[in-house]
Design a protein around this ligand. Structure first.
Ligand code: GRF
Length: 189
């Protein structure tokens, strides 16, 4: 792979998937995480970026006229960092067309279910409530819908034992997302 694959990450929360990317792909095979953005100024993900020396910025929705204006500002910031792939790692807002048009087929999301089952913000609880035997993890391209873009990779996770389901799902996420990012960037080059 040619050197210099530049990745931007958007995250709203804890940032454990960002950490997996920082630990497993950042600085390897020419892949660099060069920007971490959030809609939440106090997201733990931003502290993880700073600890790794990666530039961060916050784009809070209430700082802009509307979501499109916020997304345009965020896209401009990522373009300024010459980002080639945008990873949503627990980013809890839908992206509007002005953002997606800037990064065609270059925005991916990690989601804790076997999509199209259980889209949305409560996928693990929804799977438990539905009584399914198996749920899992999906990585997909992002479109304007809710967890609805084309699938890239999936891995099933058995629901039982329920007490450890969340932990086991996160362990799969932390392996699958770095793997997909690496493969996706290899394919693009
Ligand atoms: C993950 O379960 C991810 O699949 C979902 O949001 C969660 C983010 O967790 N989209 P973290 O902030 O990466 O720890």
């Amino acid at each position: 792979m040619a050197p210099g694959a530049r990745v931007g990450v958007l995250a709203s929360g804890v940032g454990s998937n960002l950490q997996a990317l920082l630990d497993r792909v950042h600085g390897r095979d020419g892949i660099e995480i060069v920007a971490v953005g959030s809609d939440k100024p106090d997201a733990q993900a931003l502290a993880r970026a700073r600890a790794a020396g990666v530039p961060d910025a916050t784009f809070a929705a209430d700082g802009y006229a509307d979501r499109r204006a916020r997304d345009l500002a965020m896209a401009g910031w990522l373009e300024g960092a010459r980002v080639e792939l945008v990873v949503l790692a627990g980013y809890m807002h839908l992206l509007t067309p002005p953002f997606l048009q800037r990064f065609p087929e270059r925005v991916v999301n990690i989601h804790p279910s076997l999509l199209p089952a259980f889209p949305g913000a409560h996928a693990i609880d929804d799977a438990l409530a539905a009584g399914v035997d198996t749920t899992g993890v999906s990585v997909h391209y992002v479109d304007e819908g809710l967890d609805s873009g084309p699938l890239i990779a999936q891995e099933p996770v058995p629901v039982e034992p329920r007490e450890t389901l969340e932990e086991r799902i996160h362990a799969v996420e932390h392996r699958l997302l770095p793997q997909v990012v690496e493969e996706r960037l290899c394919l693009a080059r």
